[in-house]
Design a protein around this ligand. Structure first.
Ligand code: CA
Length: 610
């Protein structure tokens, strides 16, 4: 699909699901998806702009099924406009029961939308052979009176408007469970997840990817010095890549030491992707061979020419599986070192799997080998990796982050809620959209909707950082934004220094110095049956209760009900039954015994200020 109809297809899908078979559509209230209607009525009752006309047929063609007196025929340059008054600023959504009658089913005509004379949307209205509830999309408006116009410059007409609805958009509520998908997550990892969910939807964490290998002549601080010089701040999240620990040519560039230092010494948050390589000449490769890195590739096998068949990784006793097992073993060795040091990691393996699938008129291939056999193989590969690291290697310091695209079929690549903590989008100019400083709200809301708002959504890679004002106004509260290294950060066409400064100094952006001092201690409750290893880390035994700080009623989520229960418990309401696990979950202030300070911590957690 091309650009605009893809962005809007999600809205349309919902409308189609409510539509009947061919024939007269059942009446669909056009305000169904709008939170508060600011305008709702027959299109023919709007102001019909020059070139549009109120009609009941077009030439000799009848289009029955409209409501009211007829419809507005945008048959020439024209459409409809109407006035709205917003008592407060907000993200608004525009819908219309309309019909595109040109060509065949699936053909589209672009229609533009203007607010106060400025174009705010461009939408491709498809021919569906009938009337249907079409969502043009959403955009921000400040408080006050505004004129909304559909049609006009940039529109291609041949569209009939029956009714129009406009109002405040239903915004996500972000009720994300604060527990990691890994039930055995370490206390530090649970505490990190707790913190992330408390920030999500209120503030955005700053992030930055470091250079890998021997880039910048081995100066891994290049991007961070640049940010510090430009803004006086450092990012809360530092991005790493575990690519250099691999069975083919592995060398230790001290990535693991830098992860541990960033988390345990700098009190930052670490994330890592893995550009895992395979031999280009896989056919003549013998496990254990050293292969020059130039003879390796992480590209999809059609591009690299490798005979490596990703589907064979799923079969035991294949050479592909043996190499994969070795990759996982080497990665596990490094992740174990992090776990031993008490350092959680937002882990983003097998990233961008859908790659450019479907973007080149259906002939595109994946970016990387792990995606080049399609979604079914990919999902099993993800589950295999998850199971190997958590169960075989006993690694529980990971929050699992998966890259998902905004295409209609992107969720076919999603392995399931039980394997994922965070959904990531990698936003680059021209792939396929020129985002500029926009918040990429269309993608944000698509991804939020894909998991029914149960997973946090981040920009794990980007060039241009969206303007914080746009993210705030649009309600596109990405969990974090993490530019890629080098010129993706420093090129002024992406991140001019003044906009970088605006981002890093905004009250809505969390920087390294603003992370809570007890980021990894909050919730680091040591159950009686855990042991402290020689390295000083806490190792929770397998039968220890799965603790969730703040979850006093142990229902798996931290909610206001937990604070109510704790308050009643502290008030010695004898009728209550707070379990031993619930009491451990309520231990929040770092001192033993439950008291008002624990309640205060819990209330701050709920308010997102802890
Ligand atoms: Ca009408």
């Amino acid at each position: 699909m091309k650009r605009n109809n893809r962005k809007l297809a999600a809205c349309l899908t919902a409308a189609l699901l409510t539509a009947g078979a061919a024939g007269v559509m059942p009446a669909v209230p056009v305000s169904a998806e709008i939170k508060t209607a600011l305008y709702e009525g027959e299109a023919e009752s709007c102001t019909v702009t020059a070139g549009g006309a109120v009609a009941t047929k077009v030439y000799n063609d009848e289009y029955p099924g409209y409501s009211g007196e007829g419809f507005v025929w945008a048959g020439n340059s024209g459409g409809v406009s109407f006035e709205v008054e917003l008592s407060e600023e907000g993200m608004c959504e525009l819908r219309s029961r309309c019909r595109m009658y040109l060509g065949s089913t699936g053909d589209t005509r672009t229609q533009t939308v203007f607010a106060d004379g400025e174009q705010v949307l461009s939408a491709d209205v498809p021919n569906m052979g009938d009337w249907y509830d079409f969502c043009f999309g959403s955009f921000y408006l400040p408080a006050g009176k505004h004129t909304i116009e559909i049609g006009g410059a940039g529109s291609y007409y041949f569209v009939l408007y029956d009714t129009v609805a406009f109002g405040y958009k239903k915004m996500p509520e972000h009720k994300i469970a604060a527990a990691p998908c890994d039930k055995k997550a370490t206390p530090e990892t649970k505490a990190l997840m707790q913190y992330l969910t408390s920030v999500y939807g209120r503030q955005i964490l700053s992030g930055q990817q470091e250079i890998y290998g021997s880039g910048h002549d081995g100066n891994y601080e290049y991007e961070f010095d640049y940010i510090k010089d430009a803004t006086g701040k450092l990012p809360a999240i530092r991005g790493f890549d575990l690519m250099n620990y691999n069975p083919l040519y592995g060398w230790d560039d001290n990535t693991t030491e830098r992860v541990i230092d960033w988390v345990t010494e700098k009190n930052g948050i670490a994330t890592a992707s893995c550009h895992w390589n395979i031999p280009k000449d896989f056919e003549n490769y013998t496990l254990g061979d050293t292969v020059d890195w130039q003879q390796c590739s992480y590209k999809d096998c059609a591009t690299s020419g490798s005979t490596f068949n990703t589907a064979n990784v799923l079969k035991k006793d294949t050479k592909e599986r043996a190499l994969f097992d070795e990759m996982v073993r080497m990665a596990a060795e490094q992740i174990q070192r992090m776990q031993d040091a008490g350092a959680p990691l937002i882990f983003r393996p097998l990233h961008e799997a859908q790659g450019n699938y479907g973007r080149y008129d259906g002939g595109g291939s994946a970016w990387f080998w792990w995606g080049d056999r399609g979604p079914e193989v990919y999902k099993e590969l993800w589950k295999l990796l998850y199971t190997e690291l958590t169960e075989t290697y006993g690694l529980h310091n990971l929050l699992w982050e998966i890259n998902i695209y905004e295409l209609e079929n992107s969720m076919e690549w999603y392995p399931g809620d039980e394997y994922v903590d965070i959904i990531a989008y990698d936003k680059y100019e021209g792939s396929p959209t020129h985002w500029g400083k926009s918040s990429a709200a269309s993608v944000y809301f698509k991804l939020v909707g894909d998991t029914d708002d149960t997973k946090m959504v981040s920009i794990a890679e980007c060039d241009s950082i969206p303007a914080i004002g746009n993210m705030k106004n649009d309600g596109a509260w990405w969990l974090y934004v993490c530019p890629w290294f080098d010129t993706y950060l420093t090129d002024a066409q992406y991140n001019p220094k003044d906009s970088l400064r605006e981002f890093y100094t905004s009250d809505y952006v969390v920087t390294l110095d603003e992370l809570p001092a007890d980021l990894y201690q909050n919730g680091q409750i040591i159950p009686a049956d855990t042991t402290v290893s020689a390295g000083g880390s806490t190792a929770q035994s397998s039968d220890a209760p799965a603790l969730l700080p703040g979850d006093v009623d142990t229902n798996g989520a931290v909610q206001i009900a937990d604070a109510v229960l704790l308050a009643r418990y502290l008030a010695e309401d004898k009728g209550l039954n707070v379990t031993a696990e619930g009491k451990l979950n309520a231990e929040l202030d770092g001192t033993e015994g439950l008291n008002a300070d624990d309640l205060s911590c819990l209330l701050r957690m709920l308010a997102g200020t802890l």
